[in-house]
Design a protein around this ligand. Structure first.
Ligand code: S3P
Length: 447
């Protein structure tokens, strides 16, 4: 894994002059979690699936390329439009080479579950960050189901999946709150004999369950327990991916913490397992009004009207952590702006994301003048203004965009290092942020 100290100065840099607030209307790109799943499920469905709103970011494009390599005909139309000629469950062909999934934990973990019982071999690799991330969390339950999956030393990628079509259902008590682990097991369960059951310790995003239903699969959910019967066939469908609430979060935070901001975010996915960021910001005093609520493809969608004010520090309720797990980098910035102290606990999963996000945010915000102490499972942040300086994103898309938003509460300029991976989830971020009010310039790093 890339650590807070190992980042080299390559790739793009964000240079930011202080800015005061955010205004106007922003439409963020499609949801990354749903974009991955739309490709995976369309590829193994029977018939032609049409997807619109697909995120054309590097992560989801790697998933698309993976299925092309396994014989699925996939056509790309206009922006965000993808047509998949599904091959049906069990009709994929082995990829000629190892499958490269870039920076994407979702791509690797879900694909491993999906392929585990499909009777084709595959080797999955990724970039420096992904090849440092823990995979034992999926290999353990999948092995219990009868899959044979090799890992690198310490349970990290590359993953080598051996041919197997004899998986058996298990009842799995997941030790960590992880939609990726839950999804990997449920997807393997599609090819297992019997009914696979997963119990979670906390609510995690349920896009797998919802989208599979859209493909005609019977998935049952009862509280923190999800079950799937093996041997079901997916039927092609048409689906629209809404805007990614995780990409919206940078703008929600930026506008909420700056008096004078008035921002409308349109077409944002409002799945209740993802809206923790709104709840947390509201507890900090933010004004976020949900308008024009509607539903697209089994997922709630809305427009969000944000007005800026001075936020106040809070103790973040632990039950909201899994509902906002990807939004903590930007929430740390909100806390750095707030009046008083913010305490985050129960968020140790942040340490095994694209980077150790507790460490990277604490180091970066400290370098920008914040009063922040990292703890094993979170941080204690005393809010105020920032002085500016240089923050190293360590190649993590979400820390990079969060540090960019810090320019709204900084008296001096900010430089954010190692920003190439912003393209994994939010192509066009700098341009959209510039239009909304950041003074941001994207430049190549000078060696
Ligand atoms: C995701 C689940 C989350 C999240 C990731 C996307 C998904 O990871 O952090 O960005 O699409 O299922 P975990 O399930 O490991 O927490």
């Amino acid at each position: 894994m890339t650590t807070a100290t190992s980042s080299d100065v390559t790739g793009k840099i964000f240079k930011l002059a202080p800015a005061t607030n955010l205004n106007g209307t922003v439409q963020v790109p499609g949801d990354k979690s749903m974009s991955h799943r739309s490709i995976m499920f369309g590829a193994i469905a029977e018939g032609v699936t049409e997807v619109s709103g697909f995120l054309e970011g590097e992560d989801s494009l790697h998933t698309l390329d993976a299925f092309r390599a396994m014989g699925v005909k996939i056509e790309r139309g206009g922006e965000g439009e993808v047509t998949l000629h599904g091959r049906g469950v069990g009709a994929l062909v082995p990829a000629a080479e190892s499958i490269y999934l870039g920076n994407s934990g979702t791509g690797m973990r879900l694909l491993t579950g999906l392929l585990a019982g499909m009777n084709i071999p595959a080797t999955l690799t990724g970039d420096a960050s992904l090849t440092g991330r823990p995979m034992k969390r999926i290999v353990d339950p999948l092995s219990q189901m009868g899959a044979t999956i090799g890992t690198g030393e310490g349970g990290t990628p590359p993953l080598t999946i051996e041919k197997s079509d004899t998986l058996k259902a298990i009842e799995y008590v997941c030790p960590m709150a992880s939609a990726q682990v839950k999804s990997a097991v449920l997807l393997a369960g599609l090819h297992a004999t019997g009914t696979t059951v997963v119990h979670e310790p906390a609510i995690t995003r349920d896009h797998t369950e919802r989208m599979l239903r859209g493909f005609g699969v019977d998935v049952s959910v009862d509280g923190l327990t999800s079950s799937i019967r093996g041997g079901q066939v997916l039927k092609a469908t048409t689906l629209t991916v809404p805007g990614d609430i995780s990409s919206s979060a940078f703008f929600l935070v930026g506008a909420s913490m700056t008096p004078g901001s008035s921002l409308l975010l349109t077409g944002v996915g409002m799945n209740p397992s993802r809206t923790g960021v709104i709840d947390i910001l509201r507890l900090m005093g933010a004004s976020i009004v949900v308008e024009n609520e509607r539903e697209t493809g089994g997922e709630p969608v809305a427009d969000l009207r944000v007005s800026g004010s001075r936020l106040k520090g809070i103790e973040v309720p632990e039950e909201l952590v899994s509902l906002a797990i990807d939004e903590f980098p930007s929430l740390f910035v909100a806390a750095a702006s707030a009046e008083g102290q913010t305490v985050v606990t129960g968020a140790e999963e942040l340490r095994v994301k694209e980077t150790d996000r507790i460490q990277v945010m604490a180091d970066g915000l400290r370098a920008l003048g914040a009063d922040i102490t990292d703890t094993p499972d979170g941080a204690v942040i005393n809010g105020g203004r920032l002085t500016g300086g240089t923050a190293d994103s360590c190649g993590d898309h979400r820390t990079a965009m969060s540090f960019a938003m810090a320019s709204l509460i900084s008296d001096g300029p900010i430089t954010v290092l190692d920003c190439d991976n912003v393209n994994t989830s939010f192509p066009g971020f700098a341009q959209i942020a510039q239009r909304a009010g950041l003074n941001i310039e994207e430049v190549a790093a000078t060696p």
